[in-house]
Design a protein around this ligand. Structure first.
Ligand code: NAP
Length: 251
């Protein structure tokens, strides 16, 4: 039986991914802080275990590695999905270095720490895969999301290098780049509230499909929805136009 560890499984994209893997017969280890949510989800799935953890805690990687050995015995897929955004401009009272630090701690440092701890079992279980959930904000930046963009740009760069490095060990590394997705942490109510912009918002289930494409399916990078992939070349080819358009966005 194939085994996966999904972080941020207590809501949104992580929960949808765990449900999607369950449908395909995977055994899943569910990681997030809210134990009640994880236990309720584990009870609803066929073969899942809750592992309540704060991924920024010093002992989180070791505890996750121990649980993988104990509960799964192997690891075919690691989904690094847990993440958050605290939106503010850098010059705002709550938007300075401390905001960047806490965002990097969760969205970047915690991903590397967990991956480092699980790489031995992933290599041992090869062919296996790692999927990092980035963001469109990891390729283009908007006002008030500098901390978030910094963390996701960093994640994209590191993921690309890891993809090349781990080929030799048959550990595939895929990057999923969602656009706007309505979830608890990212409700997107400003977009879903207006008919003119509602179409821009995707669902956690669609991102979960992309996670499967980027993991077991072997894609290196997958955007959700796919047309968002055009934003990045636009940013590179027409930077002045991009700055004019994006500078006016206040999200
Ligand atoms: N929704 C969007 O529009 C969007 C767009 C692009 C990228 N993304 C990315 O998608 C990923 C999932 O976000 P989502 O939209 O599904 O939001 P969400 O519903 O708020 O889910 C975030 C998950 O991360 C977990 N988490 C947060 N802090 C944690 C910590 N310290 N330790 C362990 N788990 C922690 C949360 O669980 P607990 O609170 O129980 O710990 C929750 O399960 C994130 O990386 C986000 O950056 C989202």
């Amino acid at each position: 039986m194939k085994s996966a560890l999904v972080t941020g499984a207590s809501s949104g994209i992580g929960e949808a991914t765990a449900r999607r893997l369950d449908r395909d017969g995977w055994r899943v280890l569910l990681v997030a802080r809210r134990a009640d949510r994880l236990e309720a989800l584990a009870a609803a799935l066929h073969d899942a275990h809750a592992l309540p953890l704060d991924l920024t805690a010093p002992d989180a990687p070791a505890r996750a590695a121990a649980a993988v050995e104990e509960r799964l015995g192997r690891l075919d897929l690691l989904v690094n999905n847990a993440g958050s955004a605290w939106r503010a401009a850098f010059g705002d009272p709550d938007g300075g270095y401390e905001n960047v630090r806490r965002t990097m701690e969760l969205n970047f440092d915690a991903v590397l720490r967990l991956t480092e701890a699980l790489l031995p079992v992933l290599r041992r279980s090869a062919p296996s895969a790692i999927v990092n959930v980035g963001s469109v904000s990891g390729r283009v930046a908007l006002p008030r999301s500098g901390a978030y963009s910094a963390s996701k740009f960093a994640l994209a760069g590191w993921s690309e290098a890891l993809h090349l490095e781990e080929r030799a060990h048959r550990v595939h590394v895929g990057l999923v780049q969602p656009g706007f997705v309505a979830t608890e942490g990212f409700p997107q109510t400003d977009l879903t509230g207006r008919a003119a912009t509602r179409w821009m918002v995707s669902t956690p289930e669609r991102v979960a499909e992309a996670v499967l494409d980027a993991g077991p399916g072997g894609r290196a990078e997958r955007w959700v929805p796919r047309p968002y992939a055009a934003l990045w070349p636009l940013r590179v080819a027409a930077p002045a136009l991009w700055r004019r358009v994006s500078g006016g966005m206040r999200r």
